[in-house]
Design a protein around this ligand. Sequence first.
Ligand code: SF4
Ligand code: SF4
Length: 443
Amino acid sequence: MSSTRPLVDERAIPSAPSRQAPCALPDTPLAEMRAGIDACVHCGFCLQSCPTYLTLEDENDSPRGRILLMRSALEGALALDDPSLETHIDRCLGCRACETVCPSGVPYGHLLEATRATMAETRRLPFVARSILWVFARPTLLATAMAMSRVLRATRIPALLSRLRGRLGFAMAMLASTKGDARSRAYTPAGEATRGSVALLLGCVMEGLLTETNRATERTLTMNDYAMVEARGQRCCGALHAHAGDLREARNLARVNIAAFERSRAQYVCANAAGCGAMMKEYAHLLASDETWAARAASFSARVRDVSELLVAAGPRRGGPVREKVTYDAPCHLLHAQRIADAPLAMLRAIPELEIKPLEGAEHCCGAAGIYNLIEPDTSNTVLEPKLRNIAASGAELVATGNPGCLMQIGAGLRRSSIGARTVHPVDLLDRSYEVLGDRVIG
Ligand code: SF4
Ligand code: SF4
């Protein structure tokens, strides 16, 4: 879609405020982030990076427009339950592409979370969102839900229903796409355990539906001289809760995880899901006002690494040849939230004969955004469309991306299209490359 059409209400965009209006929402998360709102100078540099602005062509669905809505709510010009505030804040993907390009350092991700947390005090989330968040905070229920999903996946019903129109068909395609290529590999990962100890965040969806990718993560780290240790008692990272505005539950989960990883005595906390890694790196911010936990949270966040960071710090060791054409799609929470751009590509470059194809728009969101694709399916699909077109144009057979939401969203889109490509986590490809060498010594 053209991005040069005139905006609906462009003339309504004010210049930066010359003085601060009184706060109408004292003692709320949004009030605490006032300095972040004030940092926006309304320059508009962020507009062309925003997938919802480019798709919907409405200034209110741009970062600048949303920050103006936040300011209006904070200063009392808009009620918290005003439909225009809800609509445009709900439509934000939270991809944080606007943060990457903002010259004023506006902490947009924090502003969005604070806005949603403030709005949560006066409204209820949709039933689907509430149910998902409730289950993800309860380990036994979550394990049951994941086990049922695996049983359903094994029946092949999801694969058969994945072409159905609407939400059901898309949800089935997402589940079917988790089957993937990952599997147990026939090699013994041999390393010297000299690079320090690592505990893996198992993750709700990663361990529930992409289990073999977790095992591949452990094998590839072992092959690269890390010593894997367990962090028992760990839980959901809380990202879905924080993004939906449930900061209380997000903080509860963060405290449980900090304690669990402290007990493991691991030097590094590893995430192979970009969204979870970004969240755990934010625990320091999340618990900054908690006198008991602030220092522990800061120390924990400083030890969090994406799996690609750990592997690239070790080389990574080269594997055997894998003759496939792959393209790389950057998860927003790796590229924009964690600012990790090259490490996953460096992992792929360690695989001999793997042909890496460029992907236009690899830095743009795929529309997954946690549970966004379930509660805002129309916008999510519209954002996904150009991604699929670019994948088709790349000529790749595989799309590597390091986040379960992106793996499922793009995987579902590919399944429902006629594009002959499938998704894979970069560690699964490196693991496959190590299997090619078998137990031979590698350099
Ligand atoms: S680029 Fe930053 S300062 Fe400029 S309008 Fe966007 S958020 Fe505001
Ligand atoms: S987080 Fe993403 S969707 Fe939301 S305003 Fe920023 S660029 Fe746009």
